[in-house]
Each structure stands twice: as C-alpha cells, then as structure tokens.
Design a protein around this ligand. Structure first.
Ligand SMILES: Cc1ncc(COP(=O)(O)O)c(C=O)c1O
Length: 368
C-alpha cells in the first residue's frame, strides 16, 4: 500500500470546535473588519507574545512590505538579497524602487554586510535584508552601515516569528520589521501579515496607509491601499497563538532529529545551528554538496517519487527572474555565493504533526 504523501509543510490546525465560539461572536457582533474587537485583541496578544511595543496587522506580508516602504517614504535604490521569496523584491518594484542585489554569507545565507558598502550609490535610500529561515541577520553591522550612510532598514522578517536574539525580539531591529502569517508560516492566520513599529506615531501612520489613507471620515492623507486584516483571520490568529508552545516544541524536536540523523552523511550539510537565544525552526534546509551520491535535483526527484515533497527554496534566485535579471547587480559574478547555494539547497519537511515514522522515511531516503 502506498503511504500518504509527506508535504514540505502543513499548517497547525487547532481543534475546530475551539474556533466555533469565535465565529459565533463574529456572527453576533456583525463586525467583520476595520479594526474589530478580535483585530484589537490580536494586536495586543502579539505584542505580548513577541515582546514588541507596537504592531499593525495586515491582510498579507507582501502588502505589509509595500506599506512599510510607503510609510518611510523610501525612494530610489534599495539594497536587498537575491536569496529570498520573490515578494521581497516585488515589494520594491510595486513601490517604484530599484532593487540592488548584494551577495549572501555562506554560513547564514543572509545578506553579507561586508558587501553592502560597495553597492551604495547617491541614489541608495534603504536596505531590505531578510532573516532567512528565521536566522537573524548581522543586525549590528547592518545598522552601523545604515547610520553611516543615513539609510533606512526594513527587515523582511517573514520567517522570523518568535525569534529572540541576545537583546530580545529580533523584530525590534531596523526601522521596521515585516512578518507574514501565510498558511506556510509557523504562525498563520490563513493569510496575514504585520509591521512591527517602533512607536505609536509610526503605527498610526501605517494604520492609515493600510486603510486607503483615511485619517477620519472625510480626510485622506495619502494614496493608501486596502490591506486590513479581517475579523475571521484575527480570531484564528488568537486561537492559533495558544498553540505556539506546542508548535515551537515539536519543530525543535524535528530539527534535532534531522541534525543527529544526517550528521556524517557524506555530501549533506545542515546549516550551523543559529546562535540566537530562541530559534523558531521554521525551515530545515540542507545543502547537497558535490560529494553526495546524486545531484540536488536528482535527490529532489527521488524524494518526490517516494511521495516526499521537499522544496528547492530559494531556487531560482530572485535575480534570475525575468523582471530582475537585466539589472547589473543581478549578474552571476556579483552573486557567487547565492548562485552556488541556490543549486545546492533543499528544504526538508518540517511541521508539528510530522511524526517520527514519517521523518524516518525522509531520513532513510537521503541516507540510502
Ligand atoms: C521572505 C518572504 N517575504 C515575503 C513573503 C510574503 O508574504 P505573504 O505571502 O504573506 O504575502 C514571504 C512568504 O510568503 C516570504 O517567505
């Protein structure tokens, strides 16, 4: 008998009966959106959980990225990483910015701060790094460069929910940090996102921008967009938040088993354990090196044939998509590390309900 497919990820679903009271409340209140009661509760609950002061909820992370650029009035060139999900650079194009790609570090796969200065021009106004797989960027080095050149820093923190570094939440760094609550993320609201704001005034501006720019019934201060989170999404977030300790615990266990079991497999390299205080284990990337028995793509296909769905995440690089590849910074010679890693990386299945038996199938398929 063929066993059930193993997806690369699966959302954690709280018991349905626990969601029904939230729905009853929405049906009774008849408030569906526009900063309703669940929206307000979720903002507060997330501030407490994440250890941040102000958060603005969004309908998705991409609109949150675009709004973050608008809120800070970022213009001109923005330095960013080619090793991310396309939404990072797409947000720049949507806001009329020119992405300038800088290579990544071999160890963390994050934007390499030692390469940033060479990419700065008089048109550069901001840096948009990504905490890739939830591993923190070199926040101190990036901030130092930003301060020296008077640049804004917007972190695409779509993968970094709950990550804590030596000085508290990683989300408190830079000018703004943006989260995604997409179904594939460790905390989800079906679709959703958020901007972590440093102060109440910035949050207020962002709240206006995500509601068409309305300040009051008759005043519109900017060409804002509709990016509000609905009550149903917020309610699901409130319920999901209660299950985060289980989600984090299970992910950590799965991460440890992969590390132990793949240790010593010739040609398979796990990323070093990140040094942060609290990791979220949102992905489990491996690098398939030249001394492994097959190529990365052959391993990907072999797993697929067995019903195991890994992902070549991030391949292709953003800089290789048609709307970016003509940029001078997208050239192969400018991005040697990103190009190498994109050909080696494979993200293995990791999600709370991945039991040991299933995980063993993944491990055995890689080992043999
Ligand atoms: C790094 C990164 N940035 C941005 C996004 C966009 O978020 P969303 O799907 O919520 O629009 C995602 C994922 O979807 C992502 O992985």
């Amino acid at each position: 008998m063929k066993s059930k497919p193993i997806p690369v990820t699966q959302p954690y679903m709280p018991p349905l009966e626990e969601f029904i009271p939230y729905l009853k409340q929405i049906w009774s209140d008849k408030i569906l959106t526009n900063s309703g009661p669940f929206h307000e509760q979720l903002e507060q609950a997330l501030c407490d959980y994440l250890g941040v002061n102000h958060i603005a909820l969004f309908s998705n992370g991409t609109l949150a990225l675009i709004t973050a650029l608008q809120a800070l009035r970022v213009s001109g060139e923005v330095i960013t990483t080619p090793y991310s999900f396309v939404a990072t650079s797409h947000s720049l194009l949507w806001h009329g910015n020119k992405p300038v790609f800088v290579d990544i570090e071999q160890e963390t796969l994050n934007l390499n701060p030692t390469k940033i200065e060479a990419a700065i021009t008089p048109q550069t106004t901001a840096i948009m790094p990504v905490h890739c797989y939830g591993n923190p960027c070199d926040i101190d080095a990036i901030q130092k460069i930003a301060d020296n050149y008077n640049l804004r820093v917007i972190y695409d923190a779509a993968h970094a929910f709950g990550v804590q570094c030596h000085c508290g939440s990683i989300l408190n760094h830079g000018d703004l940090s943006v989260l995604s609550f997409h179904a594939t993320k460790i905390f989800n609201t079906f679709e959703g996102g958020a901007i972590i704001c440093p102060d109440a005034k910035t949050k207020q501006r962002i709240d206006h921008l995500k509601n068409f720019g309305f300040v009051d019934e008759v005043t519109v201060v900017a060409p804002g967009i509709n990016a509000k989170m609905s009550e149903i999404n917020a309610a699901f977030g409130l319920l999901q938040l209660q299950y985060m300790p289980i989600v984090m615990q299970r992910r950590s266990e799965i991460d440890s088993i992969y590390r132990e079991s793949l240790d010593g497999v010739k040609g398979i390299r796990c990323l070093p354990k990140a040094k942060q205080k609290v990791a979220n284990h949102s992905y489990f990337p491996i690098l398939v090196e030249s001394d492994y028995q097959t190529t990365r793509d052959e391993l990907y296909q072999k797993l697929k044939n067995k019903g195991i769905f890994s992902r070549r995440y991030f391949y292709p690089l953003i800089s290789d998509f048609p709307m970016y590849r003509g940029l001078p910074s997208a050239s192969f010679s400018n991005l040697p590390v990103a190009n190498k890693v994109a050909k080696q990386v494979l993200c293995l299945p990791i999600y709370p309900t991945l039991d040991f038996e299933k995980q063993k199938l993944v491990i055995d398929a890689i080992r043999n």
